[in-house]
Design a protein around this ligand. Structure first.
Ligand code: C2O
Ligand code: CU
Length: 534
């Protein structure tokens, strides 16, 4: 089926129990509305820009087969929609099922411009898990900034010199100063609910838990997993989870909470507080609220973070081939040196620079000098001591719009190598695809460990994976979706600082292996006004 939405992006006052402030870009409210579709549907979303900054919207985790035109990252697949203009995205839902999300993909604007996407199974098909949920609820985990957001949107200059330090976490846009404020989820005793959890924070990995209640994870990133029962989850920016919660405790009120996870890098979190919301059993009153004993791990609890992440396996077996066609090795680093007064982050020592015209259009129309295709397949060597002194080789990255060409239908393996440059894990996100996370390990990449850890049977199928700061992750995908696809760290400040690249997957032979024709009304590229990205 087809669905039609109108999104009106405006700047308005946002209020919270503890605070209120102007000039955050929003689509009606924070979070914005949930898009509800069935697998295989198409959504036409007309985005009207009634604000004063250029904006684009991305449908995070929606593969958009052959349709990069509606993918959204600014200056990668389109130029921003200018103030007073609109653009209709055609969002194609193919194989994904579960929770995904949408967010602005220009400047800092995704801090307030985001919402959930619920992809139900095909019509008249039950969920492939039991029990069938009585109801579903969206829980968006975000951040609140008391600083002046318009400053964040301002100039390229500022984005490279400041970090987006938030002042609180939010649950469905709210944070609380006193116990009974904030988001409240009312449940009926004995019922099972599907919680659609979205990791919409800008710059922090997070733990989430509900006092005294187990969480059963049934899906991640729009794909089903073998159900696991846990007392908490760890979620990185960009990830989404489908979770069953049964109201099987004494009828009362219980805290749910979100707090930061940081693997112990020496950058202290400025915002290390937790935000709470309330799970309230119908016909009880709060307070009293059952507090939070031990479920929510502490900020530097890497063991708990790993224990959770390591349990996730695809529901179905996939049996991947022993060897991929192409192997790519990418070192991930955040530089501590200023280059021309700016902070930079890099992939294989390249710090990405947004072009003035989007790469997709430049590719489609063969425009010269917009991007270069020499993104390196590996850093100078794969045997460097990335977690030791050799990481210093990445202190002064090369600046450029360098992208990687991938031939249609190749099976690709990427090893992301974390370094000790940078103080946390990097949630790497690929547009246009989900990928199998086939192996991960600590320290420098090592063939023996890789072989021992390799899971080609039921690896998780994600669109965003946490690359350990001093460790590595290997992912696989078959390049069967032609287009221009952004690939970047989903910590917003790292993406801003250049921890990005794009893949151009070439067309196959037949028409239905090729990028679709561009739609009408694509936003024009021009630098005659102040856009939100460079
Ligand atoms: Cu969630 Cu490139 O984005
Ligand atoms: Cu990062």
């Amino acid at each position: 089926d087809d669905h039609y939405y109108d999104f009106y992006v405006t700047e308005k006052n946002i209020t919270n129990p503890c605070a209120s402030k102007n000039f955050a870009l929003v689509v009606e409210r924070v979070p914005g509305q949930t898009i509800h579709v069935h697998r295989g549907d198409t959504a036409f979303i007309n985005v009207h820009n009634n604000g004063t900054y250029g904006i684009t919207i991305h449908w995070h985790g929606v593969k958009q087969p052959r349709n990069p035109w509606s993918d959204g990252p600014a200056y990668v697949t389109q130029c921003p929609i200018k103030p007073g203009k609109n653009f209709t995205y055609e969002v194609l839902f193919s194989e994904e099922e579960g929770t995904l999300w949408w967010h602005a993909h220009s400047g800092w604007s995704r801090a307030t411009v985001h919402g959930a996407i619920a992809v139900l199974p095909h019509k008249d098909t039950p969920f492939p898990f039991d029990p069938q949920p009585y109801k579903e609820h969206v829980i968006v985990l975000g951040e609140w900034f008391s600083g002046n957001m318009t400053e964040f949107f301002d100039t390229e200059e500022k984005r490279h010199t400041r970090t987006s330090l938030s002042d609180a976490y939010t649950i469905n846009g709210l944070f609380n100063c006193t116990a009974d404020e904030g988001y409240r989820l009312v449940v009926e005793s004995g019922r099972t609910y599907l919680l659609r959890i979205v990791g919409a924070s800008m710059d922090h990995e997070m733990f989430f838990a509900v006092a005294d209640h187990n969480l059963t994870v049934v899906g991640q990133d729009g794909s089903y997993v073998k159900p696991i029962t846990t007392t908490y989850i760890m979620i990185t920016p960009g990830q989404t989870f489908d979770i069953l919660l049964t109201a099987d405790q004494l009828p009362s009120c219980y805290y749910m909470a979100v707090g930061p996870y940081n693997d112990g890098g020496n950058h202290a979190q400025r915002n290390s507080s937790i935000a709470t919301a309330i799970l309230q059993y119908k016909s009880t009153s709060c307070p009293p609220i059952i507090p939070f004993p031990n479920q929510l791990p502490k900020v530097a609890d890497t063991v708990s973070a790993k224990n959770f992440t390591d349990q996730i396996k695809s529901r179905d077996s996939v049996n991947l081939p022993e060897k991929p066609d192409d192997k790519i090795f990418i070192a991930v680093a955040v530089s501590h040196q200023l280059i021309c007064g700016k902070v930079h982050a890099s992939l294989n020592n390249i710090s990405f620079v947004h072009p003035k015209i989007d790469i997709l259009q430049a590719y489609h129309r063969s425009l010269p000098n917009i991007y270069e295709t020499d993104f390196p397949h590996q850093p100078a060597s794969t045997t460097l001591n990335f977690t030791g002194d050799d990481s210093l080789k990445f202190e002064f990255p090369i600046l450029g719009t360098k992208i990687l060409m991938i031939e249609y239908n190749r099976s690709v393996e990427i090893v992301f190598q974390g370094t000790n440059l940078g103080a946390e894990n990097h949630p790497m996100h690929l547009h246009g695809y989900s990928f199998y996370v086939v192996a991960t390990g600590d320290g420098n990449f090592n063939e023996t460990e890789y072989k021992n850890n390799l899971n080609l049977i039921d690896p998780p199928y994600l669109n965003t994976v946490g690359v350990p700061r001093n460790g590595w992750v290997a992912i696989r995908f078959v390049a069967n979706n032609p287009g221009v696809w952004f690939m970047h760290c989903h910590l917003e400040r790292h993406a801003m600082w250049g921890m990005d690249t794009a893949f151009i997957v070439t067309n196959g032979i037949t028409e239905n292996q090729s990028i679709r024709e561009p739609p009408n009304g694509l936003p024009e590229c021009s630098s005659s006004y102040n856009t939100t990205t460079s």
